[in-house]
Design a protein around this ligand. Structure first.
Ligand code: ADP
Ligand code: ASP
Ligand code: MG
Length: 508
């Protein structure tokens, strides 16, 4: 069979894909209402700065410069900050190691956290009393961190609730530092702990904001500060339940925090300041010649983000789309450089917008000739997966019905495999199902663009490019929206595949 034929056959696979985030964006678009509720005439901006933008003293100074510049023309500003780069990973790693019986990682982290924050503080905070105050605060936070890790070590267990307390500490150390750095250069600013502002449910590790009570607190706490010219510097990523128990919005969630606050404040724009010139046609770490996408629709941005373009968190678009607030992605270190503007406007130009990738995945196969025609196998498979709360990123079932395969995060593969073996104990014993077979170390590569809809030949170009680069496609799915083709490839083919596809669509 020729490659094109293989590809066409592959595309006739019955495909289901879970795109809940994108679906909610669609729903959101139905209820767009204008952004008229801005009480004052002054434009209101929500500015979010990521880990690299507050990664060291120089970066924080540059961030303070961007904020000061913005305030000089648009004085109504709320700032959201991430933890200093590497800090959240360090906190999570220390807590996990403590649960596994190791003390040294958190003892080392304690010293590293203190030094990292104080080194930056000494370079940025000019008034000695402010510096002493910050030092005392950091000492308290570091002591609190050590006590938490010590308890986790003694218990030998780390609950999602406990992990949220530990992993949220980075933002609580960074926000007071950025606020002090702003004051040191004459910008009125005060830090605000988002556990007092963003109210969430208790889905620890991935909490959902409750917009009603959150917006009430934004109006009563943040609005008066902003109106009086003081810039609130709010901790990203974290919130708390109505009862005050700390939660997090999910890794990379500071972008989402900014969109939530922007929505409550009826902001004119949410700006995500990061270390690249907006959303590019591919991750510039993989494709250095990738280009900035000047405009994207909420839908396209959500799709790209959901499929691994970590430059913006996928949920960021949700609060913005409802109030039709534009989101702009800019480079802190190149403020005048190209940026991406995300609005509801569908962009017609270009077939393929960008290529993204999700790492650390497992492809789970449920295989067996005896499955053919046995009703309910798919339903039972996904019920078992749902029971262990694993997130399914892609599903594909061959039309022969001899196998179902789906992709889940690598760290959930053991529990999913056990759940399936339990569910299909009888079918496995009778060989209706031959095996439940995980393939580890795979990635999903997504080719995204609403212009692909109804355009023939896209898949042909895609597969020729992959064939020429000798990349083996393990599975594939095309969303019913036709604005996305997703491929599963081996982890070691990721870079080659992304470069080959990028070359085929952007360098001709
Ligand atoms: P921040 O700390 O500012 O939140 P992140 O590290 O979360 O920044 O996201 C920015 C990174 O996203 C970039 O450095 C880049 O490597 C990566 N990235 C992945 N895909 C894309 C893409 N399509 N366009 C731009 N950046 C991307
Ligand atoms: N600091 C958090 C993280 O690393 C949140 C964020 O950076 O957006 O996941
Ligand atoms: Mg980020």
């Amino acid at each position: 069979m020729k490659r094109e034929d293989v590809m066409r056959d592959a595309l006739t696979f019955r495909v289901l894909r879970i795109t809940s985030i994108v679906a909610s964006v669609h729903v959101g678009r139905e209820v767009i209402f204008s952004n008229q509720a801005n009480f004052s005439k002054q434009p209101m901006l929500a500015l979010k700065f990521g880990g690299t933008s507050v990664g060291n003293a120089d970066a924080i100074a540059q961030t303070a410069h961007v904020i000061a510049q913005t305030k000089s023309s648009d004085p109504h500003v709320v700032v959201v900050t991430s933890a200093m780069s590497g800090v959240t990973d360090l906190l999570v790693h220390s807590a996990r190691a403590a649960a596994a019986g190791q003390r040294q990682p958190y003892l080392d982290a304690r010293d590293a956290l203190f030094e990292k924050h104080m080194t930056a503080a000494r370079a940025l905070i000019t008034r000695p009393e402010e510096l002493a105050e910050y030092e005392q605060y950091i000492e308290e936070q570091v002591r609190f961190f050590t006590r938490l890790c010590s308890s986790i070590h003694v218990l030998g267990e780390l609950t999602p609730r406990g992990l949220d307390v530990v992993s949220g500490l980075g933002e609580r150390m960074a926000a007071p530092l950025l606020a002090a750095a702003l004051r040191s250069r004459g910008v009125q600013a005060a830090w605000v702990d988002a556990t007092e502002i963003i109210v969430t449910d208790d889905n620890f590790g991935e909490a959902a904001p409750l917009l009603g009570p959150t917006c009430q607190r934004v109006q009563s706490r943040l609005r008066p500060m902003i109106d009086s010219g003081v810039t609130p510097v709010v901790t990203g990523f974290i919130g708390a339940t109505e009862g005050g128990i700390p939660t997090t919005l999910g890794r990379g969630g500071s972008d989402f925090s900014a969109a939530i606050l922007g929505s409550c404040l009826h902001a004119d724009e949410v700006q995500i300041w990061t270390d690249v010139n907006g959303i590019l046609t591919a991750d510039p770490r993989i494709v250095p010649e990738a280009r900035t996408l000047r405009q994207l629709s909420y839908n396209e941005a959500a799709e790209l983000a959901y499929f691994g373009a970590k430059v913006v968190h996928p949920k960021t678009m949700l609060p913005a789309v409802e109030k039709n607030i534009p989101i702009r992605i800019l480079n802190t270190f190149d403020p005048q450089g190209p940026s991406t503007l995300i609005t509801h406007q569908p962009q017609k130009n270009g077939l393929v917008k960008a290529i993204s990738a999700i790492r650390d995945l497992t492809l789970m196969n449920v295989e067996g000739r005896g499955m053919m025609g046995v009703p309910g196998i798919a339903a039972r498979t996904f019920r078992a997966v749902a029971d262990v709360k694993a997130n399914v990123l892609m599903i594909s079932q061959a039309s022969s019905e001899q196998s179902i395969c789906f992709v889940i995060p690598r760290h959930r593969s053991e529990s999913v495999q056990q759940a399936l073996e339990h569910e299909f104990e009888r079918e496995l014993a009778r060989h209706y199902i031959d095996r439940i077979r995980p393939v580890h170390d795979v990635v999903i590569i997504a080719v995204v663009g609403s212009g692909m809809r109804g355009t023939p030949g896209i898949a042909g170009r895609l597969f020729s490019a992959l064939g020429e680069s000798r990349v083996n496609v393990i599975a594939l799915a095309q969303g019913s929206s036709e604005s996305n083709i997703s491929l599963v490839v081996d982890r070691q083919d990721l870079e080659t595949a992304v470069r080959a596809i990028h070359g085929a669509f952007f360098q001709k």
